[in-house]
Ligand binder design. Structure first.
Ligand SMILES: Cc1ncc(C[n+]2csc(CCO)c2C)c(N)n1
Length: 222
């Protein structure tokens, strides 16, 4: 008993490192990532964000307290009112129009990951849902910090992906990540070992699906 978020990453260290230090991430950091791989990722990420917004709506439905309901509402609003708009603008800078995004076929890796999160949350409680979302929310913050610690990472105009790194290292994003960590830490503090084992499975599976999402970008698979 007395678990914390770090016990989840420790329980699936190999999968977690494979996600944080994926070749897609390394190439993005040193600026060598194939531009078409990045475009493929950006397009699929638009669909990912839409389903992620649905997951926050599911979190609202699963909330037992006003505090949890407000948190889910904030997450949903952030994606629908802010992040999707920013994403569409960012896609345009990469030559992807709104029309391209509107009739995009969903890649298998996007389908698998997003529906897995929604299913883990539907089957379980609010903690299962947050644990399924955590590789996304916490992982991208950790990736930005990991990239900044690598000597091979190139920052500024020399790297076409600099804006991507800047987004996830930003204070706004890092503080949202810490709020999520605190929420999960508080709930993990009193779960039983059997319950923790269930949550580890959810966390590991979602992490593996993040790895597949990066790989989909590199391979440009549908
Ligand atoms: C495959 C994939 N995984 C994670 C993120 C990052 N992300 C998406 S929504 C969100 C929560 C903040 O509202 C975060 C951190 C992404 N873009 N694409």
């Amino acid at each position: 008993m007395g678990y914390r978020f770090s016990n989840l990453t420790a329980a699936c260290q190999d999968d977690w490192r494979a996600y944080i230090e994926h070749d897609f991430v390394r190439d993005l950091g040193d600026g060598t990532l194939d531009e078409n791989a990045f475009r493929h990722y950006l397009k699929q990420d638009y669909l990912f964000l839409i389903h992620f917004a649905r997951a926050y709506a599911l979190a609202a439905y699963k909330s037992r307290t006003l505090a949890d309901l407000r948190q889910a509402h904030e997450g949903l609003k952030a994606i629908v009112d802010l992040e999707l708009g920013l994403h569409v603008g960012y896609c345009q800078e990469w030559g992807i129009s709104e029309a391209d995004l509107a009739d995009l076929p969903e890649a298998r890796a996007t389908l698998a990951y997003t529906r897995y999160v929604l299913d883990a949350g539907s089957r379980g409680d609010l903690l299962d849902l947050h644990v399924a979302l955590a590789p996304c929310v916490v992982g991208y913050g950790e990736i930005a910090n990991w990239l900044n610690a690598q000597p091979s990472t190139l920052r500024g105009e020399a790297n076409p992906y600099d804006a991507w790194i800047a987004m996830y290292e930003s204070e706004d994003f890092q503080s949202a990540m810490h709020a999520e960590l605190e929420w999960i830490d508080a709930r993990l503090a009193d779960v039983t070992p059997a319950r923790f084992a269930e949550l580890c499975t959810v966390f590991r599976d979602a992490t593996r699906l993040e790895v597949d999402f990066w790989q989909m970008g590199l391979d440009r698979t549908d």
